[in-house]
Design a protein around this ligand. Sequence first.
Ligand SMILES: [Ca+2]
Ligand SMILES: [Ca+2]
Length: 138
Amino acid sequence: MRTGRRLAAFFAAGALSLAALSGAANAAPDSALLVISKVTNVKCLVTVKGHAHVGATERDNLAIRLFGEDLFGDDELVREGPFSTALNGDYSAVFTVACKDLDEDPVEPDEIFAVAQVFDPSTGVTKKIRSNTVTGIF
Ligand SMILES: [Ca+2]
Ligand SMILES: [Ca+2]
């Protein structure tokens, strides 16, 4: 009987630590990495990838918006999607835009950042994840 209890306690502890581990894996922080490269002089390839910490996922749960960074108000330049995250919240969105659409500033350089908007059906909340800022002349 004692042994049985100890075993039960052992398995309970094991289950707890497993739960804690998987919780830690799902708790990866939100991230968004923006990369812009020129395919031609007029066509630019945009990649936004990262992770969204969500309780659940569904198809078409991701939209990408690109903004020009400015001292007074950031202009929205591009809106793309919908895309879908993986079940674990990882995502990678790739699309092309006209490079001139990224020309946000007459005073060079242009400063572009992305916002990944991910809908979490478990909470009904759309979270917004801001990326790094890419500096270039578009
Ligand atoms: Ca600017
Ligand atoms: Ca410019």
